[in-house]
Write a protein that binds this ligand. Structure first.
Ligand SMILES: CC(C)(COP(=O)(O)OP(=O)(O)OC[C@H]1O[C@@H](n2cnc3c(N)ncnc32)[C@H](O)[C@@H]1OP(=O)(O)O)[C@@H](O)C(=O)NCCC(=O)NCCS
Length: 226
């Protein structure tokens, strides 16, 4: 079943209201080309939040002012040591150098909250997309995703994933490859499969999970060609 069919089959989530994702920055420059509009059509324009007072979630290109928020979420994810093969002691500088590495395009999911007539904005997730390899491997993209622990399960990861695939296609990448999806990361494995990523290889015991010991790791891949 395609994502579009899944969305139509489940037009509303049960645990909360539906909100529009104002994915206005597919271009990162405020542009609205035919391509970006075509990309938007492929995106499920909903996200789900369980608390009240939220106007919605917007995915936009990351700017320098987002670095603290990205670092805070990144640090929370990496400190858990369960989902990325990254030293939990990584410094802020090294983490941000990875997120904003050469050739990378980074985006944030910004949640809008209304409080006493005022609009508040909070960064709740981010992704970075970049060439998976150099030279002859540069036409395949790789991406990394983080959602703040308190914001998970509300559709933000799915929104970022869909946005990322559209964006990677717009940037000219021909395929997406995830090199290290830890098999115990059920949310990620299921979400990526929902988004058309296939497990193309299994690395036996390639990750040492803090609670589960040596667990398998998946290489996941999908074409982005029409
Ligand atoms: C993986 C991650 C990005 C997903 O973000 P999220 O905002 O929680 O995801 P969503 O709410 O959009 O859920 C997407 C799907 O994941 C699955 N999912 C979410 N939480 C789950 C859980 N606890 N167990 C199993 N599946 C789960 C559901 O199938 C859900 O699909 P649905 O829309 O049909 O309900 C987020 O959990 C995260 O940041 N984890 C830590 C970092 C990480 O693992 N990054 C990816 C590394 S490959």
């Amino acid at each position: 079943m395609t994502q579009r069919q899944r969305s139509l089959k489940n037009p509303a989530r049960t645990s909360g209201e539906r909100y529009k994702i104002l994915a206005d920055s597919l271009m990162g420059n405020g542009g609205r080309s035919k391509n970006s509009l075509r990309s938007l059509r492929g995106l499920r324009l909903t996200a789900n939040f369980s608390s009240s007072g939220q106007d919605g979630m917007k995915i936009r290109a990351a700017v320098n002012a987002d670095r603290d928020a990205i670092w805070n979420i990144f640090h929370e994810v990496i400190a858990a040591s369960e989902t990325y093969p990254i030293n939990p002691d990584i410094s802020r500088n090294d983490a941000l150098a990875y997120w904003f590495q050469s050739g990378a395009h980074a985006y944030v999911a910004e949640q809008h909250l209304r409080s006493g007539g005022k609009q508040e904005r909070q960064i709740v997730g981010s992704y970075t997309v970049h060439p998976n390899q150099a030279g002859g491997g540069a036409h395949v993209a790789n991406a990394a995703f983080i959602v703040a622990k308190g914001a998970r399960g509300g559709g933000i990861g799915r929104g970022l994933g869909e946005h990322c695939l559209n964006e990677a296609r717009r940037l000219g990448f021909q395929a997406m490859q995830f090199n290290f999806v830890i098999s115990t990361n059920e949310a990620a494995v299921k979400l990526w499969q929902d988004l058309g990523m296939k497990i193309v290889g299994t690395l036996p015991g390639a990750f040492h999970h803090p609670a589960k010991g040596y667990v398998d790791v998946y290489v996941m891949y999908r074409s982005l060609l029409p």
